[in-house]
Ligand binder design. Structure first.
Ligand code: MGP
Length: 192
């Protein structure tokens, strides 16, 4: 199945090229090394730019239900690292959604990935990528964007994301700048 997907859709046809390149990342913090700085377990896994590669990678590897607790998958535009320190993320923030059911998490992740690689967001240039995190308490998805202070753009992205995931509860946007500070100062700046 995966081999068929990787070999390129219709028999002998050219692969379907995406608008841009994307990179899957993996961060396994299951057994963190004591004293290790954040990010030491973050690994760039695969960069792809065709529909066929995407399906192959998603079906074989990058499904949240395959993740152990305390691990993350990221899918970011190639060239952007999924870190606050990346210049494209530095002034950004994220919309977050929590999720209690693994099957729902898989679906929301896949719907988000398809919307990203299919360029369904009007403000596609404003998006960095998406992260799925499996945590003992609550799993979550976060859509990272670039200009946190641009409320209009963030609200438009948030609205579209909820529509894409068919999600009806409130979602919250936080600035990376706030996350860098003390826990007590963290909190959503926008909600929808
Ligand atoms: P997290 O992974 O976003 O949340 O950040 P998690 O693991 O669900 O935990 P919680 O604190 O939200 O309950 C967890 C911690 O990892 C942060 O408080 C930071 O200390 C560190 N961290 C996370 N990110 C995404 C970064 C980053 O991009 N850069 C740096 N330097 N530290 C980060």
């Amino acid at each position: 199945m995966a081999e068929t997907a990787a070999s390129g859709g219709d028999e002998g046809g050219a692969p379907h090229r995406l608008e841009r390149k994307w990179t899957f990342w993996f961060d396994n913090q299951t057994k963190p090394k004591q004293g290790a700085a954040w990010g030491t377990s973050l690994r760039k896994a695969y960069t792809f730019d065709t529909v066929e590669e995407f399906w192959c990678l998603h079906d074989q590897i990058f499904r949240p239900s395959k993740l152990p607790a305390n691990a993350d998958f990221h899918c970011f535009k190639a060239g952007i690292e999924p870190k606050w320190e990346d210049p494209e993320c530095a002034n950004g923030g994220k919309w977050s959604v929590t999720c209690n059911r693994k099957s729902t998490l898989d679906t929301m992740w896949l719907e988000t990935l398809m919307a990203l690689i299919g360029e369904q967001f009007d403000d596609a240039e404003e998006i960095c990528g998406v992260v799925v995190s499996v945590r003992p308490r609550q799993d979550k998805l976060a859509l990272w964007t670039k200009a946190a202070s641009n409320e209009a753009v963030q609200m438009s992205i948030g609205r579209k994301w909820k529509e894409i995931m068919d999600f009806n509860d409130k979602i919250v946007y936080s600035f990376h700048d706030d996350s860098r500070r003390e826990k007590s100062s963290r909190g959503g700046r926008y909600s929808i």
